[in-house]
Design a protein around this ligand. Structure first.
Ligand SMILES: Nc1nc2c(ncn2[C@@H]2O[C@H](COP(=O)(O)OP(=O)(O)O)[C@@H](O)[C@H]2O)c(=O)[nH]1
Ligand SMILES: [Mg+2]
Length: 300
């Protein structure tokens, strides 16, 4: 008998409309910021694999962009395609929604999950917002009536309630297989990707209305030495008018973003970081398939 016998490993796609807490849940489980989180919808734009190891299983969570309506730009259609394609690759789906809200977008996302034919657990997230708690019983029963989920599990991704129970259910759905990722690996994405995302998170948190949706970040240079690191990044915007907003009066806003990003990069890399941010305009990049590809948006 070998050590890998009965070991399980497989893909768990985390699916739902924007802002239900998919990335928050994955970060909480793997104990690292693998995926950025903001209070704004459509923060996640890419498929990101996050690795969670236990003694007898390796669970590969796939974070996905929220399935959303009104996908008017090429980037939004690409995001929806990315989420949809993660469904078919999965051994199990965690279908996330908010315990205190059910919308037409939830309904659409749920249809995609059901139509995929992949086993799914329904996760009612944000139960910390449900008062009184007894209301949950009704919500769980409504959810069970909507589709044939393998289970309906109420959780709080931020509070950690019931996340262990959810985790304990997952390995049964995974195939017997040795681990697919080395045990020290937390994600399939590069350092450059995570740095660009971190900068985009700071921008998304501090900018209002449509500006965060019209920008993307590209790492142009990253050098790390024992005494420090240097990062040069370009913030691409869709229009000249957005450049002024991102830079701010006298460059004040860009400085604020740079400081917030630099502090977090320093904590992540463990060395002082020299960060240079440049804002450039690429007209309508988010609605141009070729620009999207060049900027790392590669939907299947
Ligand atoms: N109150 C509460 N807020 C949550 C919970 N999980 C996530 N959030 C918040 O919901 C917002 C969207 O989370 P995010 O993970 O980006 O959602 P995603 O778009 O589905 O990936 C953020 O402001 C999170 O802090 C939860 O369990 N309780
Ligand atoms: Mg997300």
């Amino acid at each position: 008998m070998t050590g890998t016998e009965n070991f399980r490993c497989g893909f768990v796609a985390v699916i739902g409309r924007p802002n239900v807490g998919k990335s928050t849940l994955i970060n909480a489980i793997v104990g690292d910021k693998v995926s950025i989180v903001t209070p704004k919808p459509q923060t996640t734009r890419h498929r990101i694999v996050a690795v969670h190891d236990t003694a007898s299983a390796q669970i590969l969570f796939i974070d996905t962009p929220g399935l959303h309506h009104n996908a008017s730009k090429a980037m939004n259609r690409m995001m929806n395609r990315t989420a949809a394609s993660a469904l078919s690759d999965a051994d199990l789906i965690l279908f996330l929604c908010e315990a205190n809200r059910w919308t037409r977008e939830d309904e659409t996302a749920m249809r995609r999950v059901v139509d995929s034919g992949v086993p799914a657990l329904a996760i009612l997230n944000k139960i910390d917002k449900v008062h009184p708690r007894e209301v949950l019983l009704q919500t769980i029963s409504e959810m069970s009536d909507r589709a044939s989920f393998a289970a309906v599990i109420p959780i709080s991704a931020t509070g950690g309630d019931n996340v262990d129970r959810l985790l304990s259910l997952i390995p049964d759905f995974l195939p017997e297989s040795p681990p697919l990722f080395p045990s020290e690996m937390r994600t399939d994405r590069s350092d450059d990707f995570h740095m660009a995302e971190l900068i985009r998170e700071k921008l998304t948190l501090s900018l209002r209305q449509e500006v965060p949706y019209g920008l993307t970040v590209q790492i142009e240079r990253f050098v790390q030495e024992p005494e420090g690191a240097a990062v040069h990044a370009i913030i691409w915007v869709e229009r000249g008018s957005q450049k002024g907003i991102v830079v701010g009066k006298g460059g004040k806003h860009l400085k604020k973003i740079g400081r917030a990003a630099r502090l977090e990069l320093k904590a992540k890399l463990g060395v002082p970081v020299h960060l240079e941010l440049w804002v450039k305009v690429k007209d309508n990049w988010a609605d141009n398939e070729k620009d999207l590809l060049g900027l790392g948006y590669d939907a299947p």
